[in-house]
Ligand binder design. Structure first.
Ligand SMILES: NC(=O)c1ccc[n+]([C@@H]2O[C@H](COP(=O)([O-])OP(=O)(O)OC[C@H]3O[C@@H](n4cnc5c(N)ncnc54)[C@H](O)[C@@H]3O)[C@@H](O)[C@H]2O)c1
Ligand SMILES: O=C(O)C1=N[C@H](C(=O)O)CCC1
Length: 257
């Protein structure tokens, strides 16, 4: 039995939440509070010292903050020897490599970074990856609440990368598109050759369609989160798993298998 398993066997997982007063942070605090095998020991938001997390003896931190502060938070967690579950978006390949580099010096530590903790959203990405090689055309349409700071969403960016990799592996060429004299933005963002359209509207929460096309047919794979509670089973799953998963885990897929 590892040290972590031993700690887990003797008591609840001690959890600290960063971004605790944000839309997601509030839900995470409620979910952790309501989990019999966890104890919410620290809640930190902008202006509060991170040291509260260490002082409280947190074993796992959950971060739902903003792309501009999340790397500093993660660096701090690694330095302090605290496992991390991260839902904050903005993770480029370069950022992920940086996190892997930090973890190289702390082989016992785990970090889970997931662009979407909704189980349905994870399946939507898996289904889209599976469909990708069968269709010459693909576009992603993500729709979110208007207070979202980033566009396109982390989920859409991750999906585009997965779909592009599956297309490349299948030997598909570029998506057919004869557009000329494009008005800037009309065709959406280009992520690894996949067009991504970001919609923002009051009343929406988090939604995504992946639209595939080939001769004579289309396939639309759609996921909708209507409430932030939809992300909580995935967050709790990651909190339970991360002490036993050294290194970087990207996405929730390996935890669902
Ligand atoms: N992975 C997922 O399933 C998922 C789901 C929803 C949202 N998100 C992402 O989570 C992030 C947060 O989303 P939100 O809607 O809760 O945003 P939000 O703006 O409501 O919350 C962010 C919180 O972080 C706080 N904050 C800022 N700097 C901080 C710091 N240095 N230390 C501690 N707290 C700090 C802010 O004050 C705010 O309360 C976004 O990147 C969003 O895209 C991911
Ligand atoms: O509300 C948000 O902000 C969300 N962000 C994530 C993303 O960018 O993909 C997940 C869905 C909700």
């Amino acid at each position: 039995m590892t040290d972590e398993q031993e700690k887990g066997a003797t008591g609840p997982i001690r959890v600290g939440v960063l971004g605790a007063r944000g839309r997601m942070g509030i839900e995470v605090c409620k979910a952790v509070d309501g989990a019999a095998d966890m104890e919410l020991v620290a809640t930190v938001d902008q202006g509060d010292p991170l040291s509260a997390v260490a002082d409280a003896g947190a074993q796992v931190v959950v971060d739902f903050t903003t792309p501009d502060v999340v790397m500093d938070n993660l660096r701090w967690c690694v330095d302090q020897g605290v496992h991390a579950v991260v839902g904050t978006t903005g993770f480029t390949g370069q950022r992920l490599d940086q996190v892997r580099g930090w973890l190289g010096g702390r082989p016992e530590l785990g970090v889970v970074i997931a662009p979407n903790f909704g189980i349905g959203a994870v399946l939507m990405m898996q289904f889209a990856t599976r469909a990708a090689r069968h269709f010459e055309s693909v576009e992603i349409i993500e729709q979110h609440h208007p207070r979202k700071l980033d566009a396109p969403s982390g989920t859409a960016t991750h999906t585009a990368r997965l779909v592009a990799a599956a297309r490349a592996e299948a030997g598909l060429g570029p998506v057919p598109d004869a557009t000329a004299d494009e008005v800037a933005g009309a065709r959406g963002a280009d992520i690894d050759g996949v067009r991504v359209h970001a919609v923002r509207a009051t009343g929406l929460l988090a939604h995504q369609e992946v639209l595939f096309g080939t001769i004579g047919e289309t396939l639309t794979i759609r996921h909708d989160s209507y409430d932030r509670v939809s992300f909580m089973p995935g967050v709790l799953l990651a909190v339970r798993a991360v002490p036993g998963r050294p290194g970087l885990t990207l996405g929730l897929d390996p935890l669902l298998d």
